[in-house]
Write a protein that binds this ligand. Sequence first.
Ligand SMILES: Cc1ncc(COP(=O)(O)O)c(C=O)c1O
Length: 387
Amino acid sequence: MYRIGQEEIDAVAKVIEQRSLFKINKKLQETMHAEEEMKALFGTKYPLLMTNGYAALTCALIGMGIGPGDEVIVPAYTYISTAMAVVSAGAMPVIAEVDETLTLCPEDTERKITPRTKAIIPVHIQGFPSNMDALMALADKYGIKVLEDACQADGGSYHGKRLGTVGHAGALSFNYYKVITAGEGGALLTDDKTIFERALIYHDSSAVAYFGNQLEDVETHLFCGSEFRTNEISSAILRIQMKRLDGILADLRRNKRAMMEALADVCSFIPSHDIEGDCGTTLALRFDTAEKAAAFSVAQGIGGTVPINTGKHVYCNWTPIMNKVGALHPLMDPFKMEANRNIVPDYRADMCPKTLNLLARTVYISIDPDWTEEARQAKIEAIRKAL
Ligand SMILES: Cc1ncc(COP(=O)(O)O)c(C=O)c1O
């Protein structure tokens, strides 16, 4: 979380004073307004707020009609939720290497495409934009969908378009650790009416037909899905956070740019597919050995993170996926379903050596949008000294 204050407190107070906490209401209608504002801010036709980013990923996959018998390619470096969303849709996550930018490698993605591949999920990890031109070209070539996991990249962009709106659908997260936050929260972004309608039904299948006129223009028939409905308190907070978004990004980017300029003579930074669109949350240094990266990360005043040590962000630590336990009940487990019999992947801890090598040789330094000039300079000096 970067910025939160009196405006959010006032917005929440208003919702409580009006006693209108349910998403559909005739009073403040925070969720309705938040979704309208998202259309303008993100440049998307059908934003759908829900409980979290995992829900948005799952609903997008369901919206794309993905299910048992289908393969979905995910990067070896992403939070486990990305792969879990694929399993929740009944499909098989196929794990591909990342490139030097730590986002999905188009070449390895192409190697892993089969006739069963229905979608790929580029993840804009740490706000680093994926190579969307190459991945969209693959999608066109093979007739598959692209779902952008922009959960760590709220508001970032690729060639001037917001991340999450370049592919066929995108997912944002507003949990506590994201660029903007409502404590928890997520949004599906899409311009595709069919994806939206299916996601709308899936995200709130018990109630969507009973409150307001949510199904007025919907052609998709009702089906049993899940319950990922948002609420007015979250939406009220999010409306304020969205007003803060571009200011937060501008200050993150300004600080990151200043750090990169000041350290250009001594640092090797990881490359970017669009440094202008990068969220600026993270300065990422690349070392020639894992030992040097590890030593630098703990040097005085650095407070660095080596991404190989970030637990469930690295595929070999996705325990239930690696062990192929897709559900508590075996009959509901996609890894054991007849439709997936011939496509259950052979996951191995060493299956993506390039990703492991890159992660072990990288160090992240978090950028603070509210650094004073002195604080930023102190960080620069610490980095110089440690190097
Ligand atoms: C890359 C990525 N995808 C998906 C998610 C899931 O988001 P949420 O926690 O809102 O469900 C996260 C959350 O940390 C994430 O980092």
